[in-house]
Unconditional design. Structure first.
Length: 368
């Protein structure tokens, strides 16, 4: 009999939810993570009383009441509402695209005026029957003004390529709100844990053995032999030693600055939508928790090309990578004692509520 029922590789949100639920059912778990902290990408670093989202802004939002009540059972969430602002060459626009945005663009005051202006701009590209790239798709959906000021540069920075080189399916639709509403999300529930996300992860992992700065691949044979089953939340291609090919990711870089001023930008998130500015957004962390500290911390977020040694953030869902990941998924069927989970193990983009829901669904199947 092995020492542990489950070895969980990765102390992020997915692995932590599974570990908590497994422990509740009497299972003995070991959680390992190569980083020096728990929490994965939702980890917060405390600076002068401010919880800094070290790996970029994370706002919890969901329509799933079960998931909302689940996370609130570990820590109370505040009422933060994500209302980002876009900065284009010094001009400020409210996001998502709503009547405040349209008024700033064109001076229109009613939904009818806004709809007419959008249709007028879209009409200039009605001749495009089948968009050949992302730029043509966006112009057909929203017209020139919104595309050039609020979409083009930001998207090109995110992907590191010209919009004319990006496939059209990157933008399937562009939602417009013909009301004065700057709430970015449509979900019923939204907020930030009071005291930061570390309190959520600490609650989930309470009473569970955790080893940090521990790389699964540095001692794989020993780790494989210590548990009956493995939940692996790292990169699926790395698990299989890249035998079906390397998957592509987009990465990010973060530059944190502690400023001796009370308030830098008056909002948690400001997007910079012109291509010439290298970062995509500036995050001011105190605003996530309505902070009143005398100083502030801001973060410049830069898109980055992924290579080994960098953090993988977003999967690149094109034909090549879909083919490769499907080969790995077939290969995974030959490993009945290994479960793949989380955004890297499943090679998928997932919001936090989807991650929690997926982990709870796995628990229902696996821990019956």
């Amino acid at each position: 009999m092995k020492k542990y029922d489950y070895l969980i590789v990765g102390a992020g949100l997915f692995g932590s939810v599974f570990a908590h639920e497994a422990k509740k059912r009497g299972k003995n778990c070991l959680v390992i993570d190569k980083r020096e902290h728990i929490g994965g990408n939702i980890y917060c670093q405390e600076t002068e009383g401010i919880n800094v989202h070290k790996y970029g802004a994370h706002i919890f939002h969901t329509d799933n009441r079960e998931v909302w009540e689940y996370v609130n059972s570990f820590v109370e969430f505040n009422r933060f509402t994500n209302s980002p602002v876009a900065n284009y060459r010094g001009e400020l626009y409210n996001l998502p695209f709503n009547m405040n945005t349209f008024y700033r663009l064109w001076g229109v005051k009613t939904p009818a005026e806004a709809k007419a202006r959008i249709e007028e701009q879209r009409g200039e590209y009605a001749h495009i029957e089948t968009p050949a790239n992302m730029e043509e798709q966006a112009l057909k959906l929203c017209g020139k003004d919104i595309y050039e000021k609020l979409i083009k540069g930001y998207t090109e920075k995110q992907w590191g390529r010209s919009a004319k080189e990006l496939p059209s399916f990157i933008i399937k639709r562009i939602p417009f709100r013909f009301i004065y509403d700057n709430n970015y999300f449509n979900d019923l529930y939204q907020g930030i844990p009071k005291g930061g996300y570390n309190r959520l992860i600490e609650g989930l992992l309470e009473g569970i053995e955790v080893r940090l700065e521990t790389d699964y691949f540095s001692n794989r044979e020993e780790f494989d032999s210590c548990a009956e089953k493995i939940l692996f939340t790292g990169c699926i291609d790395e698990f299989f030693n890249y035998q079906c090919g390397e998957l592509e990711y987009r990465s990010l870089k973060f530059e944190h600055k502690h400023l001796d001023i009370e308030d830098y930008q008056g909002n948690a998130v400001v997007n910079y939508t012109e291509r010439e500015i290298p970062y995509t957004r500036v995050i001011e962390h105190k605003h996530f928790e309505f902070g009143t500290q005398p100083t502030t911390v801001i973060t410049y977020e830069y898109p980055d090309n992924y290579e080994k040694g960098k953090e993988p953030y977003y999967p690149v869902n094109d034909e090549r990578n879909t083919e490769i990941v499907n080969r790995y998924r077939e290969l995974a069927k030959q490993y009945p004692n290994v479960i793949f989970g989380g955004r890297l193990g499943l090679y998928t983009y997932a919001d936090m509520d989807d991650t929690v829901a997926a982990a709870l669904d796995l628990c229902k199947k696996e821990l019956m």
